[in-house]
Design a protein. Structure first.
Lengths: 391, 410, 604
């Protein structure tokens, strides 16, 4: 709020002072600005607005099941919302949910509707709402990482598993360029560095820009840190290169090929686990000089308005993208803290269910049995009649 | 000849227009109210009245038109006489009459739900709070809008334990009392030191002095009575008449007018009686409830408690149970709209899990696939009597946010 | 041997069919038509109505079962609801907890209720009517309170939920109808057969029935157990139809309602319970319908209505609806009973009855003091004396009705002093009562049959219901014998006359015939000629003489000294319990002290 006012004042002053270049106040996107419709996942439309008192924290663990080739076979999310309020709450979390249940530590039970997870209750001070949801496989299209695997099969002896990783978070965004107001931009960068989540900046702020060029397309992505590990199940031991760590995006390549090689001592099923976390690009937010950006613009004359604007925009848009992937399921508080960890793991193949051998006569009593019963009934009746006649 | 040709063509066109497939139809849908009108008329009549009010409002405000059908809702009463067998038999009859929904007090639902489920007819329980009655997975057609026994018991434990009281748990020997005792035992299981005694109150006894004396001797500093209203009244009389002035806590039955009627000669004995119940208002204030109440009074009159305050003002009872049946009928209407009409009952039943309305208390009310309880456990609040009327307590986070509902006859 | 068995079977079936055709009158036609229509009813009714009817039929089954205890045995059982509850909850618990099927559960309910009836009946049937009613009423309360006190067993206010299983409402309806028909027919058959006669006799005049050898305890217990079992079966089946076992549904009011139904319909009628229940249900439905018109709930008036109806029945004589209607129709076109042939059963050989030093006091009053006598085959020993001399007391000690304070009683030199009444009757010591005691609800023939049934071997309840060939043949023989005995006492033409319509002396003759029907070896007659005309006394004299010549031992207590002089072999004179004289009639007549003590101005 303060920055907006400041921005407005500065813009006004600049308009009065600067005779030549036209200054425009342009909306500056913050990390809370969504760059695409998903993530967070969409689902049902809200029939009533959410009711809660901010802040609300969201912490998610997304379990992605993979088959041997790396294709997604299932997505489950455990979302833990933390409310800090003494008031009613009614939350609708859109998601293509197939089933939901309460997760460990939850102090309430989630509800489920078509395309949504529901929460309703009264929180007195602090309340934890934890749900574990099984999602429609369509949700896989919003996952940050695509995986292709080859060689992941049961074997004894030498193995070479190739894993192709692709950061799927890149997106093309329409933004603007120009000469931005240096002090404002420096403050924005310092704020982003201090609060990458964007809650301080809020839903957006304004920057005075001269020589504005609109509709500039830029591509941004969310940097991902990927840690992979291979285990062999069934008590078998494997040796060799069984783990790796990689950074994808954020200036580094979006794709990476990793090989895991070694020896498997037993016929156990190999299980691959990839832990993926969207990472704040701390390096981008570090000032080239001084301790803060405000100091830096005084020390480094190369940090002109155009460069600063580009840098701030890129950082903010990247943080926005990171924030999107930190809210795989929506946090009702758009400015609330959010974390997400994606765990991709190769799902064990379901045991084959052999169909039971078909019965020869499709069940029920056969005609022979019925005939036997009928004969028995007749004989029984006859016997009773004889008994009766002699009593 | 020249004029008759065009006229003839016009006539044919009119005929063609009249014989189209878009003919509008009307259908009457029966809402069955299955309750004990003969044994517990207060509860049964209130449930029926709430439903009737919702139907009346629908008729007065705008007709329910879905597609090319105008639906008229009709409330039909079935008396269970307190017998689950009669209750089941009534359900069979309602199913045979193609009822669109059944509002039930709760008796016999264990057997009747299957009968209704086969016809995809929802049953809404509007009085009994036993936890086993509702299970969305096993009984997909059973819903409830009333505080659950589980919710009430756990909220009572949550409220009482931090006070450091030694509570004597008293329950009557009715099914309600025994089920309540079981759920209270679970609620207090984590804090057994909070309990001083557990005693059974015989419903048929005219004097409960021995039981209250036993409770007193156990060192209890508070009494929690889970029983029907007459037994609560007797317990309170037994305690107060012997000079034992410890605080009394009860489930919603404590708010029953009968308790105050029984203690009309000693109104001071009612002071301090605290009961747990479902909230009548939401955070937004009492206006939605007052609006409902005035509509209810206009239709059915004021429900007098039969006692007066110290200032001589007659006390009235807010129509709590009526709000639940009123809300359910409105949810049903919403579900009908969501399902595109009453033709496919399975769709209507499924739609009940997807709709939300603003309830009579101003709160949002709805069900979902995982939860068929229209009153969440959190919505149980506490109110304390003073001068024959009650107000929300201040030492509970939820209750302290709730406004006071006027209970004086206007 | 196999072909002989089959031939016999065929012959028996043919004979039974003939008998059935002969007995098939218009009431049977009407009943059969009604049953057929009732069986077809589900084709025309909707499922709700079929369900209601099936439920009502199960209640009718319980009421019919109650008819065994109340109607047949005259035991005012107010506990039938308790047995329904026992059957219902046995079935419900087995279905819900043990996963039993519907038929196993129903059979188990029947068995448990029957056992409960047996255990309780052993104590209850020995009680008088008032205490019996109280005991069964307490049982009804006990069961209801037990169910309420243990909701874990009974399901509490919600009841125990039972899935219906494979039986739909139509199957229940047909099953209930068949069971009602079978139980009604069984009740009808037993009422008309030997067990029914015996129970009816017990109900009317217990002392007279016991004197004729009716086994009171065994018969009453059988009736009570049968009633309990049928009630339990009705409960076990109805609970599965309802799908829920509600403890509150088996309270004391249910027992009261069933009892009221049986009384209202007529406890002596096999269909009395059904008719009474129909009236109660009809009036209840009417009141509910009227209540519905006025938007009033009238369910709470049901107990009051049942009570009012019961009071009305009791106030109007207590006979019930069906007997009332039957009395009307009795006079209208009822087929006449076929004439039965008469034959005289061969009298049994007489036995020696010996009494040695018999003494009996009642408080301070000495009724008998040191009485010794012997009555042998082919003799008539007369006991005479003024009123209060101990004559009847002596007969009562000989028959086993009273236990002497001291002394010994022997039959054919075998001590029988400790043998109770029932045993002595079986040994052949039969007594007629001092007061006129016929079973007024029966005909003269049926009165005699009560005595004859003592010696029957194939007259049990099961054989009676199944109308087995041996049972029917024995029944025919008994009837022929009874006719013969009535001929002997000069009442052959009055065989079908209700005993209540006979004169006092004729009734005493019926008592004599009843006593003779049991083929006694020692006949104890107490003032058999009381109130009789000279002709009657003459007839009695001839009969006694004939009996004496046939070898029967007779002890005759009489005030009619002409009769004594005519038939007695020897005479013992009692005064204040002591023998003051004994000898031939002529010798006794000459003794002054006898004349003084007894004869006074009378001349022997």
């Amino acid at each position: 709020m303060r920055l907006q006012v400041l921005g407005g004042v500065i813009a006004g002053a600049a308009m009065l002072a600067a005779p030549a270049a036209a200054r425009e106040l342009v909306f500056f996107p913050t990390p809370a600005t969504p760059l695409s419709t998903s993530p967070p996942l969409t689902g049902a439309e809200l029939s009533f607005p959410n009711v809660f008192h901010p802040p609300v924290e969201s912490h998610e663990l997304i379990d992605v099941g993979l088959d041997e080739s790396g294709s997604v076979v299932g997505v489950k999310v455990t979302q833990r919302l933390v409310l800090h309020q003494t008031a009613d709450y009614r939350l609708t979390i859109p998601a293509p949910v197939l089933d939901v249940e309460s997760a460990a530590g939850s102090e309430s039970l989630p509800g489920q509707r078509r395309g949504a997870i529901l929460w309703q209750g009264f929180a007195s001070g602090r309340r934890i709402l934890a749900a574990r949801a099984r999602l429609d496989p369509r949700a896989a299209s919003s996952l940050p990482l695509r995986v292709r695997v080859s060689g992941l099969r049961r074997r004894v002896g030498r193995f070479d598993i190739a894993i192709r990783l692709h950061n799927a978070t890149q997106i093309s965004v329409t933004t603007f360029s120009g000469d931005g107001d240096r002090p404002t931009l420096a403050k924005i960068l310092d704020t982003l560095r201090r609060d990458p989540g964007g809650s301080t900046l809020g839903r957006g702020t304004y920057v005075a820009v001269t020589r504005l060029t609109r509709k500039v397309r830029v591509t941004v992505d969310a940097p991902l840190r990927v840690v992979g590990r291979l285990r062999v199940g069934g008590g078998s031991i494997a040796t060799g290169k069984l783990s790796f760590a990689a950074e994808l995006g954020g200036g580094k390549p979006l794709d990476r090929m990793v090989h895991l090689r070694g020896d498997a001592m037993g016929p156990g099923l190999p299980m691959l686990t990839l832990t993926v976390e969207p990472r704040v690009p701390a390096g981008e937010l570090r000032p080239p000089a001084g301790r803060t950006w405000v100091e830096a613009i005084g020390l480094d004359r190369r940090l002109n308005g155009r460069r600063l604007l580009g840098q701030a925009l890129e950082a903010s848009l990247r943080l926005a993208r990171v924030r999107q992937y930190r809210t795989y399921l929506a946090n009702p508080d758009l400015l609330g803290a959010a974390t997400a960890r994606y765990v991709y793991s190769s799902a064990p193949r379901a045991a084959e269910v052999r169909p039971a051998p078909a019965r020869s006569n499709g069940g029920g009593l056969g005609p022979a049995v019925i005939a036997l019963i009928a004969v028995g009934a007749v004989v029984g009746a006859g016997g009773l009649a004889v008994l009766w006649a002699h009593s | 000849m020249r004029r008759s040709g065009p006229i003839f063509v016009l006539w044919l066109a009119l005929l063609a227009g009249c014989g189209g497939s878009g003919a509008h139809s009307e259908q009457t849908l029966e809402i069955a109210v299955n309750a004990s009108f003969s044994k517990t008329p207060y509860v049964a009549e209130t449930i029926a009245n709430g439903a009737s009010l919702a139907v009346l409002e629908l008729e007065q405000n705008r007709p329910l038109v879905i597609g090319d059908t105008t639906y008229k809702l009709e409330v039909r009463r079935f008396d269970t006489g307190g017998s689950p067998i009669t209750a089941v038999s009534n359900i069979r009859r309602a199913v045979a009459e193609h009822a669109i929904a059944i509002l039930d007090e709760g008796t016999g639902v264990g057997a009747s739900w299957e009968v209704a489920n086969a016809a995809h007819i929802p049953i809404a329980i509007l009085y009994q709070g036993g936890i086993d009655l509702v299970d969305p997975a096993k009984r997909p057609n059973v819903f409830r809008i009333v505080p659950t026994d589980h919710g009430v018991a756990y909220r009572l434990a949550e409220y009482l334990v931090p006070k450091g009281l030694k509570v004597a748990l008293l329950h009557d020997d009715s099914g309600y009392g025994q089920e309540g005792a079981a759920v209270l035992a679970r609620a207090f299981a984590q804090n057994p030191e909070a309990l001083a005694a557990r005693l059974t109150l015989p419903s048929a006894a005219s004097d409960l002095a021995p039981q209250l004396l036993a409770a007193r001797r156990s060192g209890a500093t508070a009494v929690l009575v889970w029983a029907q209203a007459p037994v609560i009244a007797k317990a309170l009389i037994a305690a107060r008449s012997s000079g034992w002035n410890v605080p009394f806590y009860t489930p919603p039955a404590g708010a029953d007018p009968l308790v105050r009627q029984e203690l009309a000669d000693h109104p001071e004995w009612v002071d301090g009686l605290t009961f747990a119940s479902g909230r009548l208002t939401a955070e937004g204030g009492p206006v939605p409830f007052y609006s409902f109440e005035s509509k209810y009074r206009a239709a059915f009159g004021v429900e007098s408690v039969g006692v007066k305050t110290k200032a001589g003002k007659p006390v009235i009872q807010p129509p709590e149970y009526a709000t639940y049946s009123y809300d359910f009928v409105r949810l049903l209407v919403s579900a009908l709209q969501g399902a595109g009409g009453a033709g496919d009952r399975e769709k209507v039943l499924a739609a009940l899990n997807q709709v939300t309305i603003h309830g009579a208390n101003g709160d949002e009310r709805g069900f979902n696939v995982k939860n068929h309880e229209g009153v969440v456990d959190d919505d149980v609040y506490f109110a304390r009597f003073d001068d024959m009327t009650y107000r929300p307590v201040k030492d509970d986070p939820l209750s302290s946010t709730l406004p006071v509902i006027s209970q004086i006859q206007p | 041997m196999r072909s002989a068995a089959l031939t016999r079977t065929g012959t028996a079936i043919a004979a039974a069919a003939r008998d059935a055709r002969r007995a098939w009158g218009w009431p049977a036609h009407a009943a059969a038509a009604g049953v057929v229509l009732a069986l077809l009813a589900p084709l025309f009714l909707d499922s709700i109505d079929v369900q209601s009817l099936a439920s009502w039929l199960y209640l009718a089954l319980a009421a019919t079962g109650l008819g065994f205890a109340v109607g047949l045995a005259g035991m005012p059982s107010l506990g039938q609801g308790a047995f329904m509850a026992i059957g219902a909850f046995t079935a419900a618990l087995l279905r819900t907890k043990a996963g039993a099927g519907p038929f196993e559960a129903a059979l188990s309910g029947l068995v448990v209720a029957t056992l409960a009836g047996l255990v309780l009946g052993v104590a209850f049937v020995r009680l008088g009517r008032v205490l019996f009613a109280v005991a069964t009423w307490l049982l009804a309360w006990l069961v209801a309170l037990t169910l309420a006190a243990f909701p874990a067993i009974s399901g509490g206010a919600q009841g125990l939920v039972i899935s219906r299983g494979s039986l739909g409402e139509t199957a229940h309806y047909e099953l209930a109808l068949v069971l009602v028909v079978i139980s009604s027919l069984a009740l009808f058959a037993i009422a008309r057969g030997a067990p029914g006669r015996a129970l009816s006799a017990l109900r009317e005049r217990r002392a007279a029935a016991l004197a004729l050898g009716v086994r009171a305890t065994r018969l009453r217990l059988g009736a009570f157990v049968g009633s309990a079992g049928i009630g339990g079966l009705a409960g076990a089946l109805s609970v599965q139809l309802a799908g829920i076992a509600d403890p509150a549904g088996y309270g004391p009011f249910l027992s009261f309602k069933l009892f009221a139904a049986v009384l209202l319909g007529g406890m002596t009628s096999a269909i009395g319970g059904i008719a009474g229940l129909g009236v109660i249900s009809g009036i209840t439905h009417l009141s509910h319908w009227i209540g519905a018109l006025e938007h009033l709930s009238t369910t709470r008036f049901d107990p009051m209505l049942a009570a009012l109806l019961l009071l009305a029945v009791l106030g109007l004589g207590g006979q019930g609806l069906v007997p009332f209607l039957r009395r009307r129709s009795w006079r209208v076109g009822r087929p006449a009973a076929p004439a039965a042939s008469a034959s005289r059963p061969a009298p049994a050989a007489g036995a020696v009855l010996g009494a040695h030093g018999i003494s009996k006091s009642f408080g301070g009053l000495v009724a008998l003091a040191d009485l010794s006598l012997e009555a042998g085959p082919g003799t008539i020993l007369a006991l005479i004396g003024p009123n209060g001399s101990g004559k009847t007391t002596a007969l009562r000690t000989f028959s086993g009705t009273l236990v002497p304070d001291s002394g010994r009683i022997e039959l054919d030199r075998e001590a029988i002093t400790e043998e109770p009444l029932e045993g002595r009757v079986r040994r052949g010591i039969v007594r007629t009562l001092q007061r006129t005691a016929v079973f007024e609800g029966m005909t003269a023939l049926e009165n005699v049959l009560v005595g004859a049934d003592l010696r029957r071997r194939h007259a049990g309840a099961v054989r009676t219901v199944l109308a087995t060939p041996k049972s029917r043949a024995e029944d025919e023989r008994a009837r022929a014998g009874a006719h013969g005995l009535l001929e002997v006492v000069g009442l052959g033409a009055a065989a079908e006359t209700p005993a209540a319509e006979l004169s006092s002396s004729e009734q005493r003759l019926v008592m004599l015939a009843s006593a003779l029907a049991g083929s006694p070896r020692v006949l104890l007659l107490d003032e058999i000629s009381a109130g009789g005309s000279a002709e009657d006394v003459g007839r009695i004299s001839r009969v006694l003489d004939e009996l004496r010549r046939s070898g029967l031992s007779i002890v005759l207590v009489e005030h009619n000294l002409r009769l004594v002089r005519a038939v007695a072999s020897s005479v013992i004179v009692l005064d204040h319990g002591r023998v003051i004289a004994s000898g031939s009639p002529d010798a006794i007549a000459r003794l002054p002290r006898v004349r003084e003590a007894y004869l006074g101005t009378h001349r022997l």
